[in-house]
Ligand binder design. Structure first.
Ligand SMILES: Nc1ncnc2c1ncn2[C@@H]1O[C@H](COP(=O)(O)OP(=O)(O)OP(=O)(O)O)[C@@H](O)[C@H]1O
Ligand SMILES: Nc1nc2c(ncn2[C@@H]2O[C@H](COP(=O)(O)O)[C@@H](O)[C@H]2O)c(=O)[nH]1
Length: 204
């Protein structure tokens, strides 16, 4: 029997650096994982690729996916819908692959309810001023949208207590090191390996 993969949920305010940290893990081959590509009604930013960064869909198509029960979770974030297609996540976990979801805190709350065995990591900025600067420097949102995201961040930081781990993204290298340590530890956590040992004892 293949041991199931770990479901890694990386969440935190917009602009904290979730995408940057994820890319650093991939580029430096820090540990292997499959990325769950979300569906969104947001328009692609320059350079974003459909099917790789997101599945970019109309509101109608998104509504259809909700109706058909295809999404593990979804949320309206500021002005757009975002959701996690469930079938690919389940398939990859069943194949023993670790799967990373990069989603907002409301989505993470739903995943926590549905898949409590996941590993929930909250990526936090050193402070809100730094978060604001990061969003401004990224240059992908208008000042209005940035202010909406900062307001949302104030609420989001308050739900950190629902997570297993908090990682400060002061430098990307530090955040990556901490996430690697968490993943390594979770791979040998008793709650994860206990079934293998129970089976060993039964078959002895
Ligand atoms: N540790 C860091 N130090 C300085 N800048 C950073 C750091 N991490 C990320 N950034 C920068 O902050 C900006 C936001 O990062 P990123 O797009 O990865 O955030 P995000 O959490 O994925 O955002 P969203 O949730 O909106 O997709 C980017 O311009 C990125 O280069
Ligand atoms: N609940 C979900 N949130 C998601 C998903 N995919 C991304 N996100 C989060 O939305 C905001 C905005 O993202 P952006 O790409 O427009 O900057 C950010 O916090 C993402 O983490 C999802 O499938 N479900």
């Amino acid at each position: 029997m293949t041991e199931k993969g770990l479901l890694l949920v990386l969440s935190g305010p917009s602009g904290v650096g979730k995408g940057t940290v994820k890319s650093a893990i991939v580029e430096n081959k820090v540990f292997p994982f499959e990325y769950s590509v979300s569906m969104t009604t947001r328009k692609p930013r320059p350079g974003e690729v459909d099917g790789q960064d997101y599945y970019f869909v109309s509101e109608e198509k998104f509504g259809e996916a909700i109706k058909q029960g295809e999404l593990l979770e979804y949320n309206k974030y500021v002005n757009n819908y975002y959701g996690t297609p469930f079938a690919p996540v389940k398939k990859m976990l069943d194949e023993g692959k670790d799967v990373l979801l990069e989603i907002d805190v409301n989505g993470a709350k739903t995943v926590r309810e549905k898949m409590p065995d996941g590993v929930f990591i909250f990526l936090t900025p050193p402070d809100l001023h730094t978060l604001h600067l990061r969003l401004e420097n990224r240059g992908t949102e208008s000042e209005d949208v940035i202010l909406g995201r900062i307001n949302q961040a104030r609420q989001e930081i308050l739900v950190m207590q629902d997570y297993d781990y908090a990682v400060v993204n002061d430098t990307v290298a530090n955040a990556v090191d901490h996430i690697k340590a968490i993943v390594d530890a979770e791979h040998v956590s008793v709650k994860r390996v206990i079934d293998t040992y129970r089976k060993m004892v039964r078959e002895d």
